[in-house]
Design a protein around this ligand. Sequence first.
Ligand code: CIZ
Ligand code: SF4
Length: 323
Amino acid sequence: DTQRDELVRRIKRLLIERNAVLVAHYYVDESLQRLADETGGCVSDSLEMARFGKEHPAATLVVAGVRFMGETAKILSPEKRVLMPTLEAECSLDLGCPADEFAKFRAQYPDHTVVVYSNTSVDVKAQADYVVTSSIAVPLVEHLRDQGKKVLWAPDKHLGDYIRRTTGADMVLWDGSCVVHDEFRSWALEDLRGRHPGAAVLVHPESPREVIHQADVVGSTSQLIAAVKDRPEQEFIVATDKGIFYKMQQAAPDKKLIEAPTGGHSATCTSCAHCPWMAMNDLVSLAETLEDTNEPAKNEIFVDETARQKALVATQRMLDFAA
Ligand code: CIZ
Ligand code: SF4
């Protein structure tokens, strides 16, 4: 409709005026992913978002996603202004791993190499030897295992359990989970597979073990999109946030995508596979962020410099390992 078109035009103008580029996660609203595509920004997983933001020449990065993604951009590009459509967009993994409690956990395992998922705060990353995303978690832990290292992993227990089973590494796990992926139900998935025998099952490893066991492909968001494009099947059952369907459908317009079933944690929600924090990003909040010329801006990311420098070491190791 015309109101929406006008909003999109305004945002495009503001991005240029403010020398800003839009970096969006696969899980945010389609309208934002499309806008990032159309304006020379990036739509990706958290690893590629980090890399893109660091390398892009724009003075301002606008990160549509959740807080840790904005913080990662600031860790890597302290000279840039980092804005987000909202600063309220959290992540249950980040919230479930407070820095002070993590320090106590870490103190119990002084001989372990500390590997944390990117879905953590700057203060947790500052305590890590390595930051990883799901696309490189397995190869990095294999590398550490081959060096005879024991690994302390945080915060996602399902991903940690998957890495431990896949690599056979000696690992202790923090007890955290993602509110979206933890909801996928193995019994309901079995039932759905029975009704779609030709479908390939794609699962993000933040899902429970019994769901991962039924997967044809276990992988990061980028790896699951590649699977839809490259595999011969015409139907896919997808166990990750349904925001990803936009890019999957773009990659393979003729293929059929089916949502994996969730437990349904509220009466109004029969398909819950969408992150409530990712959903807080929309065109209106993006426009408001770009229009705010206060110093500092309302939705600007700031991080403590001492913690940033420590977190940078572990985050840079992720980029170097992935390169
Ligand atoms: O679940 C998330 O937040 C993911 C998959 C982040 C990422 O690595 O892109
Ligand atoms: Fe965090 Fe899960 Fe939302 Fe990703 S989908 S931001 S892991 S709560």
